[in-house]
Design a protein around this ligand. Sequence first.
Ligand SMILES: Cc1cc2nc3c(=O)[nH]c(=O)nc-3n(C[C@H](O)[C@H](O)[C@H](O)COP(=O)(O)OP(=O)(O)OC[C@H]3O[C@@H](n4cnc5c(N)ncnc54)[C@H](O)[C@@H]3O)c2cc1C
Length: 338
Amino acid sequence: MTQKNVSLSRLNTFNLPGTAERYLALTDLRQLEGKPFLKAPELILGGGSNILLLDHVPGLTVHVCLGGIKLLSEANPADPKADKIIRVGAGVDWNQFVRYTLDQGWYGFENLILIPGTVGAAPVQNIGAYGAEVAERIEAVHVWEFGVGARILSPDECEFGYRDSRFKREPGRFLITAVDLRLNGRHELKTGYGAIQSELARLNVEDPTPNDVALAVTNIRRSKLPDWKFLGNSGSFFKNPVVPISDFQRLRAEYDQIPSYPIDETQVKLPAGWLIDQAGLKGARSGPVGTYDKQALVMVNHGGATGREILTFSEHVKAEVLAKFGVTLEREVRLIGE
Ligand SMILES: Cc1cc2nc3c(=O)[nH]c(=O)nc-3n(C[C@H](O)[C@H](O)[C@H](O)COP(=O)(O)OP(=O)(O)OC[C@H]3O[C@@H](n4cnc5c(N)ncnc54)[C@H](O)[C@@H]3O)c2cc1C
């Protein structure tokens, strides 16, 4: 049932004002068979943790609330440590899902614990953290293609990249209804990130389990990222820029402390938070908007900000980084209501 003029202020983690002209909570796949879904709605909304609401959203907003977690298959049902394929409804909360998998002894998402949002949005920007990405474990994505109907896309058809996929590049073409994910019964831990190693050492863990890694990541995230319920934010506002190696060498000659992550022989990824920090903008503030004082990559709403104020401030940050380093930052969040 569609509702009119529904406030979205509690449905986005920046806590920004905004209203949907028409709003529908999608709880059942059969709702998609109705006439409104011959064409795409104005906004497909999950947890609202990767959007910047600029204004009133005209037309229809579909809030994806499809639930369900189902064990589809096991490589060897007699072996509790065999791989499992799990089908998860798009509206399931990502962090709750990760906690559920750990409770079941299904491993692989411990590095991605505490990321806000829904399972259905996870493939959109191929969520990632601490050396892991969701795409590594996606078996299939179930979608509703507007004007076409239900389809199942293979990982190749999703065209995943760094914080990227065709869902991000073709907004409005697909609504993700469920995701099939592969999890392990045996540990295959990713503890290469320095922060994880330091936290495990601090916890006196020598031979970590997936639950230890999940605890380490939880502790790191809690110490670095603000809780959006108290300080509105969308996590990383910009992507980490990937630059040609020649640009990196030029920068390193001037800033010998610059951190970097090699992508391949020709490209290097730079931490956007470091660039913003070095541009003197960590903890900077303009009225109700600013960067977080513990992580410059996070834009925060100190209270009462509008989406346009956040956008304007982010453009200032982008311009300062470009002027100092010659590096262009690209937004990770999607602007809504532009
Ligand atoms: C504190 C904080 C920390 C974060 N940390 C990380 C991190 O470590 N790594 C990371 O990758 N991200 C991180 N994020 C960003 C965000 O959590 C993820 O991008 C998340 O997947 C967004 O999910 P959502 O349900 O909130 O999506 P929304 O914000 O509701 O939507 C995001 C985009 O996906 C589209 N979309 C949503 N659901 C669907 C669907 N079912 N079908 C089709 N399109 C859909 C929307 O139209 C929109 O374009 C963080 C955010 C916050 C607030």
